[in-house]
Structures are given as structure tokens and as C-alpha cells.
Design a protein around this ligand. Structure first.
Ligand SMILES: C[S@@+](CC[C@H](N)C(=O)[O-])C[C@H]1O[C@@H](n2cnc3c(N)ncnc32)[C@H](O)[C@@H]1O
Length: 201
């Protein structure tokens, strides 16, 4: 990772506050939407780019083995201090992900847009079921305070990140990848985030 990550990633309280603004107060609903999809028989769940521990906490309560990867030392330290199995790593540098029943990746796909095929290959090698919650109504391309926050404050250290998906680029990506990587997908919900369920076939 080049440079330093931005303010939003330096403290969970600041992170949640900024995310609440960017999600117009609906930051928490995204997690309950994903949690509602986790099958009751799930034994292992891998969360990529987790930041917060809401999915991890749910897994703990349900006796699901949660593993989390994130680039951010503070988030990983916090997870470990709460007793969770978290690793600080750049998931782009991993050759493969551990086998899991379910993979969750939320609010983070845009970080990998330039190497997205490889990320999907690794996720599908690891799990038959993947939940993606990805913002598709974005302010990162707009001017003004919210545009600044979305673009500048969500940088992980590679400068401003203005790339974001919208509904059609995200479904276009899935339509292209499903043919070569053999999966089916369903758009479960669309709001600020698009919630997608991917099943390997
Ligand atoms: C916008 S936050 C989303 C966090 C959380 N999943 C959510 O939806 O609220 C993006 C997260 O991705 C992590 N991240 C970005 N690039 C990464 C990489 N290459 N490897 C691992 N984690 C990464 C950041 O540290 C941050 O925690």
C-alpha cells in the first residue's frame, strides 16, 4: 500500500460516523440485510475488508467460525482484541483464500476494480456462496462535501479513489464474469448498496 490511509480508516468511531453520513443513517441496515441471508447450516464465514465487526459478532453468537482480512492495522487490532480471528493483509497479494462456506465482501469491491477478475476467481475457489453488498449510488464522482468525503476519505493509501460501480456497471461485470467463472447471481436488494447473492454452479 502506498502512502497513508485516510482519516476514515484511523478510528472505528470516526469510521462509523463518516459511514453513517455517506449512508444517510442506514449504515447498520446493510449488515442486517447480509446477516439475514446467512444460511443456518453455515459453519465458516470469511469476511474480506471487514472494517467493522457486526458480521463477526453475529457469527460468534451463532457459533460460526468467522475469519476476517483487512489492510487496516487498527481494524485488525480491534478485531483481535475482541477475540476474533483477523489478519492484516492486502487481499490482492494472497494467492488464494481459505475454504469457507460463505464469503462476505461489503462496500469494498470498488477498491479492486482494476483486478476484479482475479478477486472473483479467488472468491469462487474458496466458497460456493458469496454475498456482495456494494454501493451503486455514489457521491465519489460528485463535487461538494459528500463527494469529497466519498472520494478522499475512503482512500486506503493510493491517493483519491474516485472509481465506483453503478447499477449497470456492476450487473454488467457479473454478466460478463458468470459465463467464464460459472456462477449464477441474484440481485437481492437495490438501494444505495446493491446486495448480490452469488452461487457457484
Ligand atoms: C469502505 S471500507 C468498507 C468496510 C466494511 N466492509 C463496510 O462495508 O462497512 C473498505 C475496507 O476495505 C479495506 N481494504 C481496502 N483495500 C484492501 C486490500 N487491498 N486488502 C484488504 N483490505 C482492503 C479497508 O481497509 C477498509 O476496511
Amino acid at each position: 500500500m502506498a502512502g497513508n490511509s485516510s482519516l476514515i480508516y484511523q478510528n472505528i468511531i470516526i469510521y462509523r460516523a463518516i459511514m453513517q453520513v455517506l449512508y444517510f443513517g442506514h449504515y447498520n441496515n446493510r449488515f442486517s440485510d447480509v446477516i439475514g441471508l446467512i444460511p443456518s447450516q453455515t459453519k465458516t464465514l470469511l469476511e474480506l475488508c471487514f472494517a467493522d465487526l457486526k458480521i463477526a459478532q453475529y457469527c460468534k453468537n451463532q457459533n460460526i467460525k468467522w475469519t476476517g482480512y483487512d489492510l487496516n492495522s487498527g481494524f485488525v487490532r480491534r478485531a483481535i482484541s475482541h477475540g476474533f480471528e483477523a489478519t492484516k493483509t492486502d487481499i490482492r497479494a494472497m494467492d488464494f483464500f481459505p475454504k469457507s462456506d460463505v464469503i462476505v465482501i461489503m462496500g469494498s469491491l470498488y477498491h479492486f476494480h482494476s483486478k476484479i477478475d482475479i478477486l472473483f476467481e479467488k472468491m469462487l475457489d474458496s466458497a460456493d456462496l458469496i454475498f456482495i453488498s456494494e454501493p451503486v449510488l455514489n457521491m465519489a464522482g460528485s463535487d461538494g462535501v459528500l463527494g469529497f468525503m466519498a472520494k478522499k476519505l475512503t482512500s486506503v493509501g493510493n491517493g483519491n479513489e474516485s472509481f465506483r460501480f453503478n447499477k449497470s456497471t456492476l450487473t454488467g461485470l457479473l454478466d460478463r464474469l458468470r459465463l467464464t467463472l460459472n456462477f449464477e447471481y441474484k440481485v437481492q436488494k437495490t438501494g444505495k448498496d446493491m446486495l448480490i447473492v452469488i452461487k457457484k454452479i
